[in-house]
Design a protein around this ligand. Structure first.
Ligand SMILES: [Fe+2]
Ligand SMILES: [Fe+2]
Length: 204
């Protein structure tokens, strides 16, 4: 449970993502800004849902709701912010087919506890880490200043979010098991993106 200075230093060296996003994704994303924005709204909504789902599943886990409830609220604030930009641009929230990314990751979550809990934290953290990486790219490459600012603001929170999931895992699981499992799931995450047909989605 101890969070000494050395742990903090080590944490900054944790590499969540095994590959970087390719140029094709950036090109596709910036040429379809409204579709990305709509997909992004759904991502924020789902991120809040994941945090709530974990709070329901592990209702009596000490120290879990204390961090996941504010995280869920923050994701809903992000959702509302993206939604207001969509609305201001004349677009309503509507269904959008999601890429199989989330399903591929969920399928790889261990079915049995306690590893199911570990995997759930790591998968949530990986999705946050990828969102952060891609928002950073959009904050640099988007030709639209309002969107550049939106992504630049949001990505700061997303960086904190994968830190929260890391900490939830690190407080409860052996560091070696955690690192091994993170490497396995990070491979699944990066392979999923390489195999997917590119679509204008945050995680495609
Ligand atoms: Fe968010
Ligand atoms: Fe997040």
């Amino acid at each position: 449970m101890g969070h000494s200075k050395s742990n903090v230093v080590e944490l900054s060296k944790i590499r969540w993502l095994m590959n970087n996003t390719c140029q094709e994704w950036i090109d596709l994303a910036i040429s379809n800004p409204m579709e990305i924005l709509l997909d992004h709204a759904h991502c924020e909504r789902k991120a809040a849902g994941v945090a709530l789902q974990l709070m329901f599943r592990y209702v009596s886990e000490p120290g879990l709701s204390e961090v996941l409830s504010p995280l869920a609220r923050e994701e809903l604030e992000h959702f509302e912010r993206v939604l207001s930009i969509l609305n201001a641009r004349g677009k309503k929230l509507q269904k959008l087919a999601s890429p199989p990314y989330g399903a591929i990751l969920s399928k790889n979550i261990c079915k049995d506890e306690p590893l199911r809990m570990l995997d759930s934290f790591l998968v949530a953290g990986l999705i946050e880490a990828r969102s952060h990486e891609r928002m950073k790219l959009l904050s640099i490459h988007s030709p639209d200043i309002e969107l550049r600012n939106l992504y630049a603001d949001l990505l700061k929170s997303e960086a904190r979010h994968f830190g929260i999931y890391w900490k939830l895992a690190d407080e409860r699981f052996d560091r070696n098991i955690l690192i091994t499992r993170l490497e396995e799931l990070a491979k699944v995450e990066s392979d999923a993106l390489l195999e997917l047909h590119h679509q204008p989605r945050m995680h495609s």
